[in-house]
Structure formats: structure tokens, C-alpha cells
Ligand binder design. Sequence first.
Ligand SMILES: Nc1ncnc2c1ncn2[C@@H]1O[C@H](COP(=O)(O)OP(=O)(O)OP(=O)(O)O)[C@@H](O)[C@H]1O
Length: 371
Amino acid sequence: MAQPIIEFKHVAKQYDDNVVLKSVDLEIEAGKFYTLLGPSGSGKTTILRLIAGFLEATSGDILFEGQKINDLPPEKRRVNTVFQNYALFPNMNVFENVAFGMSIKGKGKSEIKAKVTEMLGLVKLSGLEDREISELSGGQQQRVAIARALANDPEVLLLDEPLSALDYKLRKEMQYELREIQKRLGITFIFVTHDQEEALAMSDWIFVTNEGEIVQNGTPVDIYDAPINHFVADFIGESNILPGVMRKDYLVAFAGKEFENVDGGMRPNEQVEVVLRPEDLDLVSADEGKLIVTIDDQSFRGDYYEITAHDDDQNEWQIQATNPAIIGERRGLFFDPEDIHIMRLNESEEDFDARMEEYDDTEEEGTMNES
Ligand SMILES: Nc1ncnc2c1ncn2[C@@H]1O[C@H](COP(=O)(O)OP(=O)(O)OP(=O)(O)O)[C@@H](O)[C@H]1O
């Protein structure tokens, strides 16, 4: 990759004895939409504040375009932040809020007017220049906050859970619009959320945080299809996670049976965890199934039925089915070998990446042999 716009080298943050960030390494490439995704307290906001300069790292280096910026004050960094609570100035109207940064920099009136007009157009608030902040809806206030941050021409826009106060429908709309704004401006966005659906829908690249560490990073598809460990598999989407044991010849044993799988490169007899996503499972007749399950419960979810069941080894299963089932009935459970994802216990991210690369190569070779 080209030189990263932002880089963390072993960055740690500690308050007295409380380590909230443990030696984080990360690289941000210019012009992409990044998301920091993780549960509450995992360190997302700390990472964002270190980038903005509102916090000082306890150790490690923070670089901007290759230059160390640990000691650079926030106003000298070419980044701007959009906060969750908008932080607008209530005594100023929409125009004055968006113009604020440029006014204190002493920009000329006509330049300010042109920029405010452009920014309000970008966030679809043209014509509301004279409105007071108290006369705006929550969604409109959020748009003003975005316009105000972008009016300073930052190279990187930091967004700290900016959509969490909005209702579901508005939130979806704003997700789409933020993505569009990022593409149009071509600058780097770093977005913080604890909502995995939001992260999957918006990002080019996701950093998953847990307990002060980045536990996995990759594209949304990588992270969804190949979670590195139990935490990621459980946090991102619904999962069935079962204990398993690798066997020879691309076989894995779980739920009391052996199954063919293609997620290879494993040692026989190694204890692993097996992930199967609910949407990759089908209910079929008992003699067509790879496993037999007994239906425990179901609920209608609009476009599918969410069904819970258990197998004869007493493993719980979550299944997304297009048709309803009958509670108490014994059915077959069907899945494709390629939908079985294997997770090694306690694997480092580097070893995991190497294994996934090997797996991709094996797949390519397989395709070439077939042709
Ligand atoms: N000033 C502080 N003094 C001591 N501990 C702090 C301070 N600020 C944050 N922390 C702790 O640092 C940890 C990480 O906080 P951070 O805000 O980065 O998490 P987060 O992932 O952004 O969570 P959330 O989604 O709840 O905002 C938390 O355990 C928090 O209590």
C-alpha cells in the first residue's frame, strides 16, 4: 500500500494503572471509509481522540503522512471530528455554525459564503441558512455538524457514533448519505460504532476492537465470512459456534459426526471452534439432512423465520428458514461444506492472515485444476 495517511506504532494509553489501549498498530490509507467497531469500553473513542489530538498516548508513535504528530496540538492536525451530541453552537444560526471555523481563520466573506453554500448543498440543507439550531430536527442538526466539520477541508473526518441518537429509518438514510459524501469528497472517514450492521453496510475496511486491542481488521466480507475467533464470530452477526476436532483429509468432527470441509490447513486432532451462520442452514427432510435436529421455537421476522432447534448431541442451533417449521418436529439440517468456517483457538492475527492466504491459494489451484 502507498504511504498510510495515519499510522499507529505500538500506541498504548493508560490512566494510572488502568490500561485502556494495549500497543495498537494500525494503518489508514487515504480516501477510504474506515470503521472502528467494538463493544462499549473497548477503546474506539480513545483511538479517535488520539488521532484528533485530544488525548496524549502513554507510549508509541502516531504518524500523519509519515510524520510523527504525537505532540502536535489538535488545531494543527488536518482532521476534524463530528461528535455524537453534535456540539453545535446554540446561539448561532445554521450559516454561522458552518462558517465558524473559517471565520476564526480570518477567511474572506465571499469565500465563506461560497463554502457554506457548497457544504449545505452536500448535506441537503440548502435554504436553511437562517434557521436557529433549536428549530431543527435531530437529523438536521447532525447534518449541520457534518457540514461544519467538512467546511474546514480536513483530510480526515472522524465520526464518533454520529448516528446513534437517530431513529432507525433516519439512521439508515444517513448511513447511505455519509457513504455518498465520503465517495464524493474522496477524503478519509474514520467512523466509530458499536453497531455491526452499520459497520458492515458502510465500510471499506473495519477494525474490530475488544478490551483495548484491535482483534481483527479487514473488509466487511472478510470479517463476516472468516471471523478470527469466538469474540468476533459472536459480535458480528448471528452465529452457531460449536466445539470441533480436525480430522485427516479435510474432515472436521462436530455435533457427534464428521463433515467434509474446505477450510483446510489444519492439524489432525486439533481442537477448534466451528462457525455456521444461521442463513447458511436449511431445514430439509430427516433423511436428506447432514444432522437431525428437533425444532424448539420459531419467530416470524418479516422475510424469514428464525428457528431454534437442538441436535442429538444437545447443541443449540439458530436457523433462518424461508418456511415455518413445527415445534417438536425432527428435521434434517443441511449446509454446504464451504460454509463451515474453522477457527483455531488462540490464533494470532498474523497466523490467521497467513492461513487465510494459504486457503485462498488452495482454492485458486483447485479452480485451475478443474479447467
Ligand atoms: N479519563 C479517563 N480516565 C480513566 N479511564 C478512562 C478515561 N476515559 C476513558 N476511560 C476508560 O477507557 C476505556 C475505553 O474507553 P473508550 O471510550 O475508548 O471506549 P469505547 O469503545 O469508545 O466505548 P463507548 O462505545 O462506550 O464509547 C473504558 O474502560 C473507559 O472507562
